[in-house]
Ligand binder design. Sequence first.
Ligand SMILES: O=C(CO)[C@H](O)[C@H](O)COP(=O)(O)O
Length: 217
Amino acid sequence: MSEELIEKSKKLAAFAAVNENVSKSDRIIGVGSGSTVVYVAERLGQLENKEKFIYVAFDGADEIDTNLNLIKGGGAALYQEKLVASLSRKFVVVADFRKQSPERLGHFWRKGVPIEVVPNSYVKVLKDLFKLGANSATLRDAGKAKAGPVVTDNGNFVIDADFGEIPLNKVKELDEKLIRLVGVVETGFFVDYAEKAYIGNEDGSITSLSVSVPARL
Ligand SMILES: O=C(CO)[C@H](O)[C@H](O)COP(=O)(O)O
């Protein structure tokens, strides 16, 4: 799979998402993080918009299920991305074809759901996650960039917890159990946020998907 093809798919999805979801009236646009929303920013830069409130927010995803539940946080920015999503009236996902699961989360994204934790609680949370049925749960390491764990923008750590493939009707339930654990700040499950997804396909077409979600604002 060529990098060029993947980048083309990301750009296609991002441009289509902006073209169909941003109007010319005065509005603040929310943008998450990742390599796909870079193209959202590029397209937004071509439009003329003044800012009043977050009407629509755009973000990438690590995996998208058929209900538009998401796994996010591959780049450890899940808390701030969820903050933006929760402040938006409309949340739109942009992604290339590798992110669209045939059905369930955990199909392609095998690294586990990212969970932001308070640093002094991570050992406890790791144990809690195994009790909740995780196949694996590991503290994310910063890798070559620096010695030690990844530290988020909020000064916290990230645990990646693999629960296998998660049935569509179980994502919310699992998310609620995770968020109740003492030490957990936020999870990378985005349930009932995305109402639209734009997927750039390998053949240059775009798949757009819509679901209804409860109103946030
Ligand atoms: O959740 C994220 C960062 O925490 C990103 O949105 C997600 O990892 C997708 O990134 P990309 O568009 O680069 O594939």
